[in-house]
Design a protein around this ligand. Structure first.
Ligand code: ADP
Length: 507
């Protein structure tokens, strides 16, 4: 392993469980890649460390090669051999850790959902830090994400700083406070952490179950800067409901906690160049958008446009989980039909009874001219739906940031969203006179019930049908807004700068 040459700019190492497009379950994967690329473009040295999952999309990794090193890392009283692979994903160098532990931690055919997830990811955290130590890397920032890699923070201070891996300050981003990584205290000992030291109310003891430890809490307590993915969600998690018990911990660490709105990868999501679209288009020429709409209607067996194109196409692309407001998504299908629109849902559910319920609705509308439900994950089809739809429904109960509203707007589909989390920070109601005209880009509602959704959907339908010129102006304004990572990456750089400045002033 060779020492890294110091370049101008910061050296940032992200340690994460996901990275789009090779290992993506949700928005976290998009953030690691999107933020990483934006930082790289601004001249910083960005490296990523990921587990080497068997189920990754290996076709999206360039130049994957195994390094000629053996890395031994500690777990459960022994050291275990790891192979290290290096490859390029979306232009970013990624180190993949392949443990040779008998439990075959990342050889399970899925990213999460195993009984020993706590063990799998604490093993990974320890191995990732061991790799940084052994390779002689001296990063300025180590940036971890969600409970899966938050054990890096206590491991860093307790075990690695004393060994000389001490150049970095720690940033931690929580993408969703619902998932916290809670287990019996003894589970912490496996990766070498001191249970007695850490199983305390001000450290990693779970705030609800006092006989448990909480990894997410460790990320908050032991990192130098803690972010979540939108300013509104950062407020919501300060309350008991949103913070799922961690609001107390956030209150104690409020000075280092803030929300930074995610961006989207505006090169990957660009309707003017998107190779997955039949017809490319831009804000200045929407003819391709309408061609995509006609083509998708034919492809999915929906009725073609009527004479005035009076039937708006409403899209929804989502994981069907309670967080996303599934009952309101179901209601939106029927309401759209009542209002004379067409509806396409692309989604799938890990929750069997929700999946079954939507399969039932899909069957009811199987040959319907205006409704189509496609209950699977399909990246290519998602692009076609963003491009073809006029409106896009996101009635989430809570939404840390949400990417689909930003993608929809970039593709000229007007978002209809509940005012929560990142939706509240990126969608501004066309009828709200407190916003300047230049900011208005969608329709919003507050009450998490059918009346709330109707309030926003009905207004959108009415504008679409009665004032098409106004609608087109709204569409091109939404398409021209900047949802890229550019601005958010600057906010992260500023956070890193402040954090490193504080560290050097303490020396
Ligand atoms: P979350 O991370 O909670 O799932 P986000 O809005 O942050 O929600 O990100 C969702 C991402 O997953 C978007 O890029 C969206 O296009 C994609 N997505 C969700 N469901 C599907 C699906 N069934 N098929 C294709 N892409 C999907």
């Amino acid at each position: 392993l060779t020492k890294q040459k110091k370049k101008p700019g910061y050296h940032v190492v992200h340690i994460a469980a996901e990275m789009a497009p090779v290992a993506k379950v949700g928005g976290l994967g998009d953030v690691v890649t999107g933020l990483g690329r934006a930082l790289q473009k601004k001249g910083h040295l960005v490296e990523i460390i990921l587990p080497k999952y068997d189920c990754m999309d290996y076709s999206r990794i360039k130049n994957l090669k195994v390094l000629d090193v053996e890395l031994y890392s500690y777990f459960d009283g022994q050291t275990h051999k790891n192979k290290i692979w290096l490859g390029i994903v979306e232009g970013l160098p990624v180190y993949f850790i392949e443990p040779h532990h008998p439990a075959k931690f990342f050889w399970r055919g899925q990213f999460y959902g195993e009984n020993d997830d706590f063990k799998r990811f604490t093993y990974f955290c320890r191995a990732a830090l061991e790799f940084l130590l052994q390779s002689g890397k001296r990063p300025d920032m180590i940036h971890t994400h969600d409970w899966q890699t938050s054990a890096v923070a206590p491991l860093y201070w307790d075990i690695y700083v004393p060994q000389g891996l001490d150049s970095a300050r720690l940033a931690f981003t929580c993408h969703n406070f619902e998932y916290q990584g809670v287990d019996a205290p003894g589970a912490l000992a496996s990766c070498g952490l001191n249970v007695q030291q850490l199983h305390r109310p001000d450290r990693m003891q779970d705030n609800f179950a006092h006989d448990r430890v909480n990894l997410l809490k460790g990320g908050i307590v032991f990192s130098n800067v803690v972010t979540t993915v939108s300013p509104t969600y950062a407020q919501e998690v300060r309350a008991p409901e949103g913070g799922r018990g961690l609001h107390l911990t956030l209150a104690q660490h409020s000075k280092k906690f803030l929300g930074v709105l995610n961006g989207i990868d505006d090169e990957a999501w660009n309707p003017a160049t998107d190779p997955l679209l039949e017809y490319q288009f831009s804000a200045d020429d929407l003819s391709g958008k309408y061609a995509n709409k006609s083509a998708l209607r034919v492809r999915l067996g929906l009725a073609p446009a009527d004479a005035n194109e009076d039937r708006p196409l409403v899209g929804c692309i989502t994981r069907l989980v309670p967080q996303k407001g599934v009952h309101l998504i179901r209601h939106a299908i029927y309401r759209t039909l009542e209002c004379g629109g067409q509806f396409i849902l692309l989604g799938s559910s890990p929750v069997p009874n929700i999946q079954r319920e939507f399969e039932g609705i899909a069957r009811d509308f199987e040959h319907h001219p205006h409704i189509r439900l496609i209950l699977k994950y399909d990246e290519a089809l998602s692009h076609s739906i963003y491009a073809a739809s006029d409106m896009f429904v996101i009635p989430s109960i809570f939404e840390p940031c949400g990417l689909t509203q930003m993608i929809a707007m970039r593709y000229g589909s007007i978002p209809i969203v509940r005012k929560t989390g990142g939706l509240n920070d990126s969608v501004f109601d066309a009828d709200d006179s407190s916003y300047p005209e230049s900011k208005k880009n969608g329709f919003t509602f507050s009450a998490a019930n059918e009346g709330g959704l109707n309030f926003a959907l009905d207004r959108a339908m009415s504008y679409y049908k009665t004032d098409r010129e106004w609608w087109q102006r709204l569409v091109s304004r939404a398409m021209k807004m900047d949802y890229s990572w550019n601005h958010s990456a600057d906010e992260y750089i500023e956070l890193y700068r402040q954090c490193l400045k504080r560290a050097s002033s303490k020396l």
